[in-house]
Design a protein around this ligand. Structure first.
Ligand SMILES: Cc1ncc(COP(=O)(O)O)c(C=O)c1O
Length: 410
């Protein structure tokens, strides 16, 4: 069956979640820690002027996370921040006392002894955790769901990690990793929260603030405040961190946030629609979407609280939307920058383009309030993390934009 767009919207209630853990003060601390890494550089914020003009909005800004620490995705920001917080707690120090050169020092290693960090991942988060552990001479074990690709597995193994693909879906992998942690005395670093497991995912969300803070500073250089932010989501930790940060920064001038998920793994959309924004709704089964990073069926509890308070719209979108976004960014209009964006990275630009251009999606454009005055912010959260798949989609045209082609022919 053809996958279809669906939208649901929330009236954000007066009784809002606290943003203290995602505010500018925290973001500055997180960004300072990441800036202590020798590989640190802010990732670019591109201005896609010609695309904006073409689709009919005022401006489009795109944060390009393919440049993050040579790891091709934003995820390492979360895992590496959780690692330093865990170590700070063990040593009775603050994060400020543990910049990169101290963290990787022999003294710290001797004080800590041997640690093993364990996680479940579609690829990007596990690679970030494995990289952070490897940098400080510690061990990692990474479990991946059944449809994970060999390339993503190998990239994690390159970080000296014991990584393997298991015959189960993402959420089952998370439970398996948790059990292994308990049985072996390993430290579980998961990028989603559930009741009783909230401190580490909170640090992970705080780690993502470096990206939001950079974007804020870069937008300020353009003297721009977005009117609309489109954020892709798996469990919703990233979307919540970015939403929470901008809500605390822009306050009453808060941009309209639209969360985008694949049809096959739309747990936040379903939670907004059927859980009345209060009860979490899970998606189960295989979740076979090309957006591997977004193939998660269980919302992050602490992330959801923020999204329920500050995100306005939830979109469930076909896989072809992600492929469309990848092709747009990989084949820019003359004068716009070239961006290599993977399936989970490009979906939000795919949404903006299709919602603005397709007559059958006009109702979504109107509901979100996108028009020629809109200033849009999207984040390309990954590059070509699966290079072969990238070429199949962008060069060979897998997942064509069927709806659009058929209305063009009419
Ligand atoms: C590239 C990419 N983008 C977005 C996300 C979504 O992040 P979250 O699971 O916090 O919603 C992920 C998650 O792994 C990802 O890998």
């Amino acid at each position: 069956m053809k996958e279809k767009y669906e939208i649901t919207s929330l009236e954000n209630s007066e009784n809002k979640a606290s943003l203290r853990f995602l505010d500018e003060h925290v973001a500055k601390e997180t960004a300072k820690y990441h800036a202590s890494f020798p590989a640190y550089e802010p990732t670019p914020l591109h201005r896609l002027k010609n695309l904006a003009k073409y689709v009919g909005v005022k401006d489009i800004y795109l944060k390009d996370e393919s440049f993050r620490f040579g790891l091709n995705a934003f995820k390492v920001l979360g895992g590496s921040y959780a690692v330093v917080q865990i170590i700070a707690n063990k040593l009775g120090k603050t994060v400020e006392e543990l910049p990169f050169d101290v963290l990787v020092s022999k003294e710290v290693k001797e004080q800590l002894g041997d640690l093993t960090f364990v996680t479940a991942t579609d690829g990007n988060h596990g690679r970030g955790v494995a990289w952070a552990a490897n940098q400080i001479g510690q061990n990692s074990v990474v479990y991946m769901p059944e449809n994970s690709t060999q390339e993503r597995l190998e990239n994690i193994r390159k970080e000296n990690s014991k990584a393997e693909i298991l015959p189960m879906n993402y959420d089952e992998c998370v439970r398996y990793a948790n059990r292994m942690a308990e049985e072996n005395g390993w430290i579980m670093i998961q990028d989603t929260a559930w009741e009783g497991y909230e401190a580490i995912p909170t640090w992970i969300m705080q780690g993502y603030l470096t990206m939001a803070y950079e974007a804020y500073l870069q937008l300020s250089l353009h003297q721009s405040v977005p009117t609309h932010i489109f954020l892709q989501a798996g469990v919703g930790s990233m979307a919540a961190a970015v939403t929470g940060f901008f809500a605390s920064i822009y306050k009453n001038n808060m941009p309209i946030v639209t969360v985008c998920e694949p049809v096959k793994a739309n747990c936040l959309f379903q939670t907004a629609k059927y859980g009345k924004g209060e009860e979490l709704v899970f998606v189960t089964g295989e979740m076979d979407t090309i957006m591997a990073g977004l193939a998660c069926g269980e919302p992050c509890t602490i992330g959801w609280n923020v999204l329920a308070s500050y995100a306005r719209h939830f979109l469930s979108v076909p896989d072809s939307t992600a492929a469309h976004g990848m092709r747009i960014l990989g084949n820019p209009l003359k004068g716009d920058p070239h961006v290599i964006s993977g399936e989970s990275g490009a979906v939000s630009i795919g949404v903006v383009s299709q919602v603005m251009e397709r007559p059958d999606l006009q109702y979504i454009k109107e509901r979100i309030g996108l028009n020629s005055d809109s200033v849009v912010l999207c984040i390309s959260t990954e590059g070509n993390t699966d290079a072969l798949r990238y070429r199949e989609l962008v060069w060979d045209g897998l997942y064509p934009n069927e709806e659009e082609l058929s209305w063009n022919k009419k």
